[in-house]
Design a protein around this ligand. Structure first.
Ligand code: FES
Length: 254
């Protein structure tokens, strides 16, 4: 075995639909390059499964560059795996040791039913966005950026919140199974900027209402979400969401 390859065993979750009974399946993989990404390791496993006439493992991915939010699984008990602020697609096999057994499961939370194997239905997050995570006022043609002065630190906070890629790891890690970090980021990125003010109250009320309708829990300040967020979104955004919601409740006319 060359020094830049490892032999591993993967214990991976297989499940054929939300109602089906799932189980772990073990596979031994030899000579996996430590330069390959985690998803490339799964590609190798799938090629091997296909060659043997077995069904490949279903897993979500798109950009493989840490920007689209499509990938995600729980690796050794941690959403997106052991590296801080790293999406599953950006996790590399050099994070593991020769001889490791790696346990791979889907994001497990009531709001994300399993579709197949590691693929979960995260459309609940889309419905939260549809409830208010946008600016829809018709404000005419764009103004010169200098006409809307935004302090640098405020712009930075809005950009930090806007870094959320909507992967859902926050809900998968939360003991209350809630994507409050996601919601906080989406509310904050607009609440911090003048362009988001016109609909700020309706946004906070409607997005929290949608969260309740989806059956997600409330934030218990456990901070597990912050620990696994691949974009390092701070729970300060949840505090801002709560402030926006309280402010809106006292002054919002439906
Ligand atoms: S595949 Fe796009 S963030 Fe991982």
């Amino acid at each position: 075995m060359a020094s830049n390859t490892i032999n591993i065993i993967v214990k991976i979750w297989r499940q054929n639909g939300a109602q089906a009974k799932g189980q772990f399946e073990d596979h031994a993989l030899k000579d996996i390059s430590t330069d390959s990404s985690f998803l490339e390791m799964l590609d190798v496993l799938n090629e091997w499964l296909a060659r043997k006439g077995n069904e490949p493992i279903a897993f979500d991915h798109d950009c493989r560059e840490g920007i689209c939010g499509m990938c995600g699984a729980v690796v050794d008990g941690i959403a997106h795996g052991p590296e801080k602020e790293t999406t599953l697609c950006q996790l590399h096999m050099r994070s593991f040791n020769d001889g490791d057994t790696i346990i791979i499961e889907p994001f497990r939370t009531k709001g994300f039913p399993i579709i197949k194997d590691l693929v979960v239905d995260r459309s609940a997050l889309d419905r939260l966005i549809q409830a208010g995570g946008f600016v829809s006022v018709n404000s005419g043609s764009p103004q010169d950026a200098n006409n809307i002065l935004i302090p640098q630190n405020v712009a930075e906070q809005a950009m930090d919140a806007a870094a959320c890629i909507g992967c859902g790891a926050c809900a998968a890690a939360c003991p209350n199974a809630t994507p409050m970090l996601f919601l906080g980021a989406k509310v904050s990125q607009l609440a911090l900027l003048p362009q988001g003010q016109a609909e700020a109250k309706a946004r906070a009320i409607n997005m929290v209402k949608a969260l309740d309708c989806e059956g997600f829990g409330n934030c218990g300040n456990e901070r597990e979400c912050e620990n696994v967020c691949p974009k390092g979104i701070s729970i300060r955004n949840i505090a801002r969401l709560n402030r926006e919601y309280l402010k809106a409740q006292f002054s919002y006319d439906e």
